[in-house]
Design a protein around this ligand. Sequence first.
Ligand code: CA2
Length: 143
Amino acid sequence: MTTIFILNGPNLNLLGRREPDIYGSDTLEDAERRCRAACPAGVVLRFLQSNHEGQLIDWIHEAREAAFGIVINPGGLSHTSVALLDALGAFDGPVIEVHVSNIHRREPFRHRSFVSRRADGVIAGFGIEGYEAALRRILTLLG
Ligand code: CA2
């Protein structure tokens, strides 16, 4: 069995429930459903969300032993968190960063992501389809 972690940061539990003009009307549960449907037998998905930076860091540490790869939407922590970047730096497998919205078309403070320095790929502006695309990339790398 191979495990892939899909981690979601602060406020992503609200996806589809507010600001549909920016984030669309799909929920995080919809994203999880799509990922599970795209996941072949023999691959275990851990699809997780937390509003707490420390919890996300603990999951990344857990992934060091438990996961082949990580898909991460760090939410607003993308633009602030050196600690998340450091945790991902201690993970050896592939990391794909996802943003539901196109962060480059938004406020300047969203244009920089600390996590992107570690990510092997970045997807932005594909809505929740981005999660499935990121997962497929990790599955390709898994071979
Ligand atoms: O586009 C993305 O996926 C983001 O990571 C979402 C973050 C935002 O801070 C990033 O700049 C880009 C926000 C998470 C979702 O927050 C919501 C707030 C209200 C209603 C719905 C979602």
